[in-house]
Ligand binder design. Structure first.
Ligand code: AMP
Length: 441
């Protein structure tokens, strides 16, 4: 199948050729004709599937061919994304696709001064990429008007709700023209997402594509079991012995990011970290340096790493497994893109067995375990199955209580065959109507 057969116009076809996109991906094959025909869309597609081009190409074409010229402070199409990094990333893609079209594009997001954004909006923008918080700030200050909006895209809608943007989405919904095209992309479809879709979409076409990166054999996945306190040691050991050149590392906490970065820098590595506590400019600089190959190791939390698009990244390491199984797919989607091979390695401790089981259930595979001599864990990680079960060893019969019984209980706890109760692979999603705001990109 070709892009031309999907109905795209010549200027876009030439741009795609220059970008080296020879064939539409499955989500593009389904989305492009439907969006060109004006339909609403509800798509289960994750990062790495080519979804951005799937919605951006037909929207740009419609903007170039239809509708009135954009007025001052107005926008004709809106793409909402959960984080600043994703806003930058999506805008970079969109502006590349719009290269040969008379369509203006721009991105607004929080964490940077609002004034230049207000200035730019005065001239009007055909296609605006925005995070919900900053968009509604601009709207309240009359810097942006929605009366010309003919299309709305909610990208990574599940993540927007996770981050507590329900209120902004409700405000936006109430302010948009009723006649418009709406496209919703989400990795997961919880009750809250369905409720949102029910309110915002009109007889949508449902599109589902299996995440390329889960099915793709181009990403080699394996894990090493290790005790929690030895994870950083193991990472440094693997980094050295495997001679990894460029690694993207995911850690659970901001502290975890900072500690590992400090240690790596102390060992002379070109390493930096990104997380929500660091100013936007610093995060962007670290990202740019990593993309340019000036940094060998970038350590990140999930939120900070959203939207990171690095071509040819060979190595992703999960220092910690994510709480949400879907994030694992997002993480490993950074590698093995567009026909390249990649490797995703997870360092897994006994506390994380439920998260591991949830990931294996989602990806329908048991991740290969590789022992690293010298790092064998004292706390064994129970075996798991592709259906997401944890195989717990039958408990040893308790010895009758005698004076020495305390000692045997101590040994049992030390073996730690059961996962720690505080870690649950359960996704907590705030209700669409009541979700508290947790983070403002
Ligand atoms: P996305 O899922 O939108 O984040 O896209 C993942 C990556 O695939 C991006 O780097 C795109 O530039 C690239 N891409 C999207 N569509 C195609 C295509 N049809 N052929 C080759 N690369 C593509």
């Amino acid at each position: 199948m070709t892009f031309a057969s999907l109905g795209l116009i010549d200027p876009l076809l030439r741009t795609l050729e220059a970008l080296g996109y020879s064939e539409p991906t499955p989500v593009q094959q389904k989305a492009i004709p439907a969006v060109l025909a004006g339909r609403d869309l509800m798509a289960a597609a994750q990062t790495g599937t080519g979804k951005t081009a799937g919605f951006a190409l037909p929207l740009l074409q419609r903007l170039a061919q239809e509708g009135a010229k954009v007025s001052s402070n107005s926008v004709r199409a809106l793409i909402l994304v959960p984080t600043r990094e994703l806003a930058e990333q999506v805008h970079a893609n969109v502006s590349a696709y719009a290269e040969a079209l008379p369509v203006s594009t721009y991105a607004v997001y929080g964490g940077v001064s609002i004034n230049p954004q207000m200035m730019r909006l005065r001239r009007g923008v055909d296609l605006l990429v925005a995070t919900p918080g900053r968009l509604m700030d601009l709207f309240r200050q009359n810097a942006v008007k929605f009366n010309q909006v003919q299309a709305l895209v909610l990208d990574e809608a599940d993540r927007m709700l996770d981050l507590g943007f329900a209120e902004e989405l409700r405000g936006l919904y109430a302010s948009l023209p009723k006649r418009r095209q709406t496209l919703l992309f989400s990795a997961t479809f919880s009750d809250e997402i369905r409720l949102l879709a029910g309110q915002m979409l009109d007889e949508p076409l449902s599109v589902e594509v299996s995440p390329r990166n889960v099915a793709a054999s181009s990403v080699k996945q394996w894990l090493v079991t290790v005790d929690k306190k030895r994870k950083a040691d193991l990472f440094c050991h693997l980094l050295k012995t495997k001679r990894w050149k460029q690694v993207l590392v995911f850690a659970k906490t901001r502290n975890g990011v900072d500690q590992l970065v400090e240690r790596l820098q102390g060992q002379g590595y070109a390493a930096d970290g990104i997380h929500g506590d660091r100013p936007q400019a610093t995060r962007q600089r670290a990202l740019d340096q990593f993309k340019a190959g000036e940094l060998a190791i970038l350590v990140a939390t999930d939120v900070a790493a959203r939207g990171l698009d690095i071509q040819d990244l060979p190595q992703v390491v999960n220092l910690d497994l994510p709480i949400n199984a879907e994030d694992y797919v997002h993480r490993i989607g950074r590698t093995g893109r567009a026909g390249n091979t990649g490797e995703a390695v997870s360092l897994v401790c006994a506390d994380e067995v439920d998260q591991l089981a949830a990931i294996e259930r989602l990806t329908r595979q048991v991740i290969k375990r590789v022992d690293e001599p010298g790092f064998e864990p004292d706390h064994r990680v129970p075996e798991t199955t592709a259906s997401g079960e944890v195989i717990k060893k039958p408990k040893k019969p308790k010895k009758p209580k005698t004076a020495g019984a305390k000692g045997s209980l101590g040994r049992w706890v030390e073996n730690n065959d059961t996962p720690q109760p505080e870690i649950q692979a359960v996704r907590k999603v705030p209700k669409f109507n009541t979700g508290p705001r947790k983070r403002k990109p």
